[in-house]
Every structure is written in C-alpha cells, then in structure tokens.
Design a protein around this ligand. Structure first.
Ligand SMILES: NC(=O)c1ccc[n+]([C@@H]2O[C@H](COP(=O)([O-])OP(=O)(O)OC[C@H]3O[C@@H](n4cnc5c(N)ncnc54)[C@H](O)[C@@H]3O)[C@@H](O)[C@H]2O)c1
Ligand SMILES: N[C@@H](CCSC[C@H]1O[C@@H](n2cnc3c(=O)[nH]cnc32)[C@H](O)[C@@H]1O)C(=O)O
Length: 431
C-alpha cells in the first residue's frame, strides 16, 4: 500500500473506531455474530451512506460470516477515507465514491449486484428498483431485503400495491427504535449541525421554515426553537398541521412562508416543496436546505432556469441570483443587496441531504439503534422464509434493541407486578 493510500485507510479506520466506541448495542450484536456466525456464506449487497457508522454495521455483518459489497445511496454522502478503509477489509468490498456522477452512481449499484446477493440493504430502495427493472435474473436468488428510510418504504408499498414487488422486505424504518429516534432526534440534531457548520451563521432570532411536520420535521423544528429561532411549519396533512400549531409553531402555506423565512429546511419526501413561485417571494439572502429525500424537494432546475448568475460563495453553498425584472414580477421584496429587483438565494449541498452531504450524518448513538435493527433484521431474513411483500420488523427485535440501549445508558425501568398485570388485563375489574 503506498503512503497516501495508507493515510486514507488510517483516517477512515480512526473514524470507524470512534463510531464503534459509541455504538454499544451494535457491539453486543457483533460479539454474538462472531460467536454464532448466523450469516455464514450469505452474500449481502448494500446501498447506504458510506461513512463511519455504516462501516460499523458492515463490519458487524462480516463478523457474522457474510460477504458484503457496499456502495452509496447518495452521490454526496460518501466519505472516501471510510470507503477505502472498508474496501481493504476481509470479505468486504466497497465501490462508493464521493461526488460521483449519476452514471457512476448507478454503475456502482450494478457493481454491488454483480456479487449475486441473497440479501439486500437499501436506503431509498435503489438496489431493489435495479433488481426489478434491469437485473431480474438475480431476483430468484434473493431471500429478502431491508429498507432504511421512510420514502424507500413508501415506494416499496406502492410496488406491493401494484403486485410488482417480487421479494420480501423488512421495513426497518418503521421499527419504533428506528424512526422515533433516528428520524426525530437524529435529523433534529444532524440537520442543524450540517446547516450551522456550512453557513457559520446564527440561528437565534431567525425565522426558520420547516417543510413537513413528520418525524424528521418535528425534530428539526424542536431543535430550531431550542436554538432561538422563530419556527414556521408548512404541511399538507391537517392533523400534522394542527399538531405543529399546538406544539407552538406558526403554520401557513409555503406561498406565505416564502416571504418571511430566513432559513428553509424541507423534510417531506416530496418533490417541489419549494418551487419557482416561492423563490420569487423570498428575502434576498435566504438559505435553503433539504433534509428529506434526494435532491427533489427544492426545485433546483426551476431555480437554475430563472437565475442570472450562480456561484459558489462558500464550500457547499451555491448562491443563485434572480432578477425579478426578467421573471414575472410579483410582490415587493426587501433586499439586502440594494437592488430591489435582485434576489440572492443560497442553496446548501446542492439540495441534497444537508446532514450527510454537508455534515457527518446522524450521531453514532442514534445510528446504533437504527443499525442494530438492520443487523438483527438481516439475521431474521437469513433464518426465516418470508413471503414476497413488505414485512414489519418483529416486535421482539424492537424491544430487545430498546432494552439493550437503556442498559448501555445505565437506565433501569419498573416491571409490572403480578397484581398490576392482572389489573391491566382484567376487564371485569372495572374502573
Ligand atoms: N436526513 C436524514 O438523515 C433523514 C432521516 C430520516 C428520514 N429522512 C427522509 O426524510 C423524509 C421525511 O421522513 P419522515 O420520517 O419525517 O416522514 P413522515 O412521513 O413522517 O413526514 C413527512 C411529512 O411531510 C408532509 N408533506 C408531504 N408533502 C408535503 C408538502 N408538499 N408540503 C408540506 N408537507 C408535506 C407529510 O404530510 C408528512 O407529515 C423522507 O424522505 C425520509 O426518507 C431523512
Ligand atoms: N438515500 C436517500 C434517501 C434518504 S436518506 C435518509 C436515511 O439516512 C440515514 N442516515 C442518517 N444519518 C446517517 C449516517 O450518519 N449514516 C448512515 N445513515 C444515515 C437515516 O437512517 C435515514 O433514514 C437520500 O440520500 O436522499
């Protein structure tokens, strides 16, 4: 290994070691996997964010006896040092690359599938789509897959509804010990970490607009309020809109929020949440970030078309200049540049997940639970014959992960007494 490669591997391994030391649940699973080898002879293809916590999951699966091939699930989230360190390990190959082109991204998906996997792990279902569209010859060999994220599961449910899903998938995102912590506290912290380190600007005193009040949106809103921002929420679901209002935030359509926001964070899983009609209403200097799905939540194509200038003003920040005279003129706009017809809009990380493309992703303690669910779900797939379709993660896995996490935090809880158990189960006990 030449000196620069050694340096790269050392840097990746240092990051992996740090993450591992903060992922006690996964560490416990790794020890059990090492002793029992429940994945002996299994071939696992993965498309996840290639960074240190993911590397700890990959090592855990390999410790269980599996051969693992991994690529990224986002062109901007791969950390090249971690990717290289992984590729150097026994029974693991990694072909992910930071800032790859679209063509390279899908070539890498094909490359991991070339291992002819029997189990897949996706974050956004790219492997499963490729298997169903272009690599159908590999489908009969697949015994099951795992899906990490909300939008991936929505897509797989849509496939199932149309009778198009020809394999079993465990909905890892829908385990309680995943979405209640990863989507809420993980995104709540890491999205702000990404935004703050990228902009080096103050959040206190600003108006933050959150698009979508689901699990991620709740977390991002909660942390924005904690940082001193005034929080505005946009929603399409009346129940969630009501919840946001009762949680203390202002709720309005994006068409109104566009004019008052200083920082916008989308987290809906949907496309065009912020689009051309909204850009025209924004204050000059507005900051736009996405923490939801791929690069579709902010209409960047539309923004590009209406811009007279686009320049990189800081790492991971592109400033788009819109001249309102050249586009359809709408409302009066107050603007810091002096030219009231000119609006400058700053987009972080090319509209891709700001916490991963401009940060290190979720905290290790949170991914500990998400990836414990992944590892145990893979074991479950290996040991059970599952029918085609989307399956829940077994409740025992969820409870086991929660119990072990509590233990790792030295937290004890009460147990039901026999009398209490009878009382809760007995309808004749009355009120
Ligand atoms: N950045 C990360 O690390 C991270 C972590 C977990 C999930 N995600 C992704 O974030 C997205 C949201 O995940 P979630 O678990 O919060 O999902 P969720 O379903 O709980 O929440 C999404 C919310 O967005 C709302 N919504 C949909 N379209 C909208 C629109 N046009 N305008 C306003 N609101 C709209 C929905 O009504 C819903 O309340 C998904 O794409 C998921 O895959 C990202
Ligand atoms: N792959 C798509 C879909 C969203 S990724 C969202 C998922 O990333 C996962 N995630 C968040 N932070 C990390 C991390 O640091 N390492 C690995 N996965 C992460 C998290 O579990 C969440 O469900 C995209 O990049 O746009």
């Amino acid at each position: 290994m030449d000196a620069s490669k050694k340096e790269l591997a050392d840097s990746g391994n240092l990051k992996i070691e740090w993450a591992k030391n903060h992922m006690p649940v996964l560490e416990q699973i790794r020890k059990e996997f090492e002793a029992e080898k429940p994945l002996k002879g299994r071939r696992i293809a993965m498309a996840l964010h290639v960074e240190a916590k993911t590397a700890v999951l990959v090592e855990t699966l390999a410790a269980g006896g599996a051969n693992v091939a991994i690529t990224g699930c986002n062109p901007l989230s791969t950390q090249d040092d971690v990717a290289y360190a992984l590729d150097c390990k026994e029974n693991i190959s990694c072909c992910a690359k930071y800032d790859c082109t679209n063509a390279e991204y899908y070539e890498a998906i094909d490359k991991v599938l070339d291992m002819e996997p029997d189990i897949t792990i996706d974050d956004g279902a790219d492997l499963i789509f490729k298997l169903h569209k272009e690599r159908r010859d590999l489908l009969p060999k697949i015994i099951g897959g795992c899906e990490e994220t909300t939008t991936g599961i929505h897509r797989l449910m849509a496939m199932q509804k149309e009778g198009a899903l020809e394999m079993a998938v465990l909905a890892v995102n829908d385990a309680q010990t995943k979405f209640m912590f990863d989507n809420r506290y993980g995104t709540g912290q890491s999205a702000w970490d990404g935004i703050m380190r990228t902009t080096n600007l103050l959040v206190a005193g600003k108006t933050v607009v959150i698009g979508g009040y689901g699990w991620c949106g709740r977390g991002i809103a909660m942390r924005a309020a904690g940082l001193g921002a005034e929080v505005v929420v946009t929603e399409i679901n009346p129940v969630r809109a009501l919840e946001a209002r009762m949680d203390g935030y202002r709720v309005m359509p994006m068409a109104n929020a566009a004019a008052i926001g200083d920082i916008f964070v989308t987290t809906t899983g949907n496309c065009d949440v912020i689009s051309t009609e909204h850009f025209l209403k924004m204050k000059s200097g507005a900051i736009l970030a996405n923490a939801g799905h791929f690069n579709v939540e902010i209409d960047l194509e539309g923004l590009k078309k209406m811009s007279t200038d686009i320049k990189t003003v800081r790492k991971n920040i592109k400033e788009y200049t819109i001249n309102k005279n050249q586009t359809e003129s709408r409302e009066q706009n107050s603007n810091k540049s002096g030219n009231k017809h000119e609006i400058k809009i700053n987009v972080l990380a090319d509209g891709r997940l700001v916490n991963l493309a401009a940060g290190d992703g979720h905290p290790a303690e949170v991914m500990d639970m998400s990836f414990a669910n992944q590892a145990l779900s893979v074991k479950y797939i290996a040991q059970n014959k599952l029918s085609h379709g989307v399956h829940k993660v077994p409740a025992e896995i969820d409870e086991w992960v929660a119990s072990l996490k509590l233990k790792s935090m030295s937290i004890e809880i009460d147990r039901l007494t026999d009398k209490q158990r009878c009382y809760t189960d007995d309808w004749e006990a009355g009120t």
